[in-house]
Design a binder for this molecule. Sequence first.
Ligand code: M6R
Length: 623
Amino acid sequence: MENYKKEENQIIMCGIIGIASRDKNVKGRLVDSLKRLEYRGYDSSGIALRIKDGIFIKKRQGRVAELEEELKGNTFNSEVGIGHTRWATHGEPSCKNSHPHTDCTGKIALVHNGIIENYKELKKELEDSGHIFTSSTDTEVIAHLIEENLKEYTFIEAFRKAVKTLEGSFAIVALFSEEGSLYVARKDSPLVIGIGDRENFVASDVPAFLPWTDRVIFLEDGEMCKMTPNSVETYNFEGKSLKKEVIKVPWNLAQAEKGGYKHFMLKEIYEQGKAVGDTIGARLERDDEKVALEGDFPIPPEEIERILILACGTSYHAGLVGKFYLEEISGIPVYVDYGSEFRYRKPIINEKTLVIAVSQSGETADTIGAVRLAREKGARIISICNVLGSTLTRISDVTFHTYAGPEISVASTKAFTTQLSLFFLLALDLGSRRGFLSDEKEREYVREILSLPVKIEDILKKDKKEGIIREIAVKISSARNALYLGRNVNYPIALEGALKLKEISYIHAEGYPAGEMKHGPIALIDEETPTVFIATESSVLKKVKSNMEEIKSRNGKIISLVSDGEKELSELSDYIIRVPGINEYLAPILNIIPLQLLAYHAADYLGHDVDQPRNLAKSVTVE
Ligand code: M6R
């Protein structure tokens, strides 16, 4: 059926679920959970159930819906089971390579996320001892290794010895048919335990089991557990028993469901008024005039010499806006770098360097790698993160949470606007503590930031009522290329607007500083290429207007994002989108919203899978 071969550098990210329950309908719940995890990977999926005579396994290439279809009419069910949805970037995904994988006896089934670096050596040794492999994955090695260890040890010991032998990264859930318990281990790959009522869960991410519990245990690297419906015993890889804290996550089921919206992305765009309101509201003093952050800076504010912001993708764009806020409001020099670039540099860092790591998921491997390097060099770490208990939060000195709620759509939206809001608050707090910002100015900024939620709602209400953005999206959906231009604090918004369009509509789009256009990209302009200008009220608006004229005189199509009441730019523009006026620094938080909607409507009109765009996964947990 396939000739897929795992390559040395194959990158795999996946969603894992395991359920041990008194309820017999584990099969349906595994499939339900896999659907919730599909944003992590959607090339193939599979489940394993403990049944009377052993283990029942069903796998399917393609979406979880196909697995569900395959399972229709199937009468097997169980109280214990595991499931997996997979995403691969190298090599063809296939049924044979899908998880769960088993040992020779078929008594052990397991799912895995990560990469086993020493799998070739282990596979050779196991084959020499007579083990027969049926897939070309690294994962299958783990099942045979446990089987081999079982010759001498109890299952828990066999499992522990196996995970200790593995090199690389892994989140593993193993099912042993003779016991009906689940065995779980974690190293450099996300895994969280859910504590239910006479049932327990394990998954790559909380939304997988949110319908059944919001009480969780975050496993650390080097930790494992044995799970039954009534118990969760945790150990470290040395076998020492551990006592772990159970935490209630502040997320609810409604947040993790579409709630009548066609796509998660649209729902999440529409949640931004509340998400930004929650993120800000939690950090203002009762009189609403001063910022009161919940954590202290790991370096006294007056001693910070420079700030280094590390992030990837949309979070990187938030960092670029954050640089403006921090430099202009708190007077500290700021550098911004991609996690994937920074981690391979020889960075100049000292103990007066404050690193701010930004990540929605807190599991992005490149950001985490960059933070670890910065820490080694002596930096202190603050993170801005949306996921409580994620890896990034555990390696940071202080974390400021964005209260966006679960973000399911691969295209990040509400995480971005809440990250910008938090950056603004950080800048105000640092500025005032360093004496760079007067109390009066801080109060003025606080009043402005408090107006954000209502203004966001106004944009969204208008979109629903007038549908102008959808009309423009339909018009640009036939374009092959698009340019997004902005200046100053809106330049990162041009980058983010372009990223949104390309990742879900597959239209090539480039974000550029408007003033740089004449140094090259202007050659792209023709009647077919739309240019989106971010031209809201600002100190550089006149300059942006000149750039528009340059495009107009070359017959380019112009879509302008302008402040309410603006008249002059209408003549230059083919299409106009209006947003409420606000302080220049806060404008990016409003300006990105119509651009998210533009990308959404274009992708939806083109019939693309908006929430799960091709080749992408929500959390990029490998480098
Ligand atoms: O979870 P993170 O914020 O660390 O993720 C970083 C990027 O992978 C992410 O923002 C990605 O670029 C999104 N698909 C953008 O919409």
